[in-house]
Design a protein around this ligand. Sequence first.
Ligand SMILES: NC(=O)c1ccc[n+]([C@@H]2O[C@H](COP(=O)([O-])OP(=O)(O)OC[C@H]3O[C@@H](n4cnc5c(N)ncnc54)[C@H](O)[C@@H]3O)[C@@H](O)[C@H]2O)c1
Length: 258
Amino acid sequence: MGRLAGYRTVVTGAGSGIGRAIVRRYLAEGAHVAAVVRSQDDVAALNAEGALTVLGDVSLYETAESAVATAVEQWGGLDAYVANAGLWDFHKRIEKQSPAQLHAAYREVFGVNLLGALYGARAALGALRQSRGSVIVSGSNACFRAGGGGALYTASKFALRGLVLQLARELAPDVRVNGVAPGATDTGISGPAALGQRGHAMNADPARMAVMADHMLLGRVSAPEEHASLYVLLASREESSYVTGAMLLSDGGLTIST
Ligand SMILES: NC(=O)c1ccc[n+]([C@@H]2O[C@H](COP(=O)([O-])OP(=O)(O)OC[C@H]3O[C@@H](n4cnc5c(N)ncnc54)[C@H](O)[C@@H]3O)[C@@H](O)[C@H]2O)c1
C-alpha cells in the first residue's frame, strides 16, 4: 500500500520540473491528483499517467477554486493542496528594469509565487479543515538567503515563507501548513513576460548550471525527483503529524554554506 493511498490532492505547476515529479510520486504512492497546468500541451500526458487536469493561471482565484472543486466532486474531499507553480527572475538586477517593468514583473512574480499559494490555501481551507489536511508550498533556498535570484524572486520567496508561518498559526490545529525549499534543480523554470523572460529556461544554459553546481555543498545540481519524497512526507498525516510551519531544506547544503 502506498504512503498516500486514497489521498486526494491538488498540485500546481504540474506540467514540468518539480511539480511533474511530485505528481508522478503522489500517483505512485496511491494518491488521486488534480494537476493544475498552464498549457493545454501538458494535459494529455498527465491524463495518460492517471492525473486529472485543471487548466488555469494560478494568479487568478478561480483556478484554485476550480482545482479544489474538481477534487471534491471527483473524490469527495481534499487532503493536500500543493502550491508549487513558480516563476524565477534570472537574477535580473533592479537597475536593469525600468520602473514600468518593475511594476509589471512584480505583479507577475508575486502573482504566481505568493498570491497563487495564498489563493490555493483560501480556496482549499474548507475542504482541508474537514479532512484535517495540509497546505504544502514550494519555497526555495531564496526563502532564507540573498543570491538565489534577483530582488523580485527573493522577496517573493521570503514572503512565501512568511505566509507559511502565519497560515500555520491561523489554520491550526485543523490544517498543517509547510513547505519544501529546494536548492538548484535541473528544470526549465522561466521568468516574467515583463522582463522578456517568458519561454526562457534556466537549464538551457550549461554555464549557469555549472556555476550553480559549484555553489552546492554536495557539488551538483539536483534532479526534480530528489525533492518529491519530502512532499510525500509533508502530505502524510501519519508521517508528519506534528509538523506545521516548517520549511524543509532540500538544497544540497547551499543555505548553510552561503
Ligand atoms: N529549479 C530550481 O532550481 C528551483 C529552486 C528552488 C525553488 N524552486 C521552486 O520550485 C517550484 C517549481 O519550479 P521548477 O523549477 O520545477 O520550474 P518549472 O518551470 O518546471 O515549473 C514551474 C511550473 O509553474 C507553472 N506556472 C508558471 N506560471 C504559472 C501561472 N501563472 N499559472 C499556472 N502555472 C504557472 C509553469 O507552467 C511550470 O510548469 C517553483 O516554485 C520554484 O520557485 C525551483
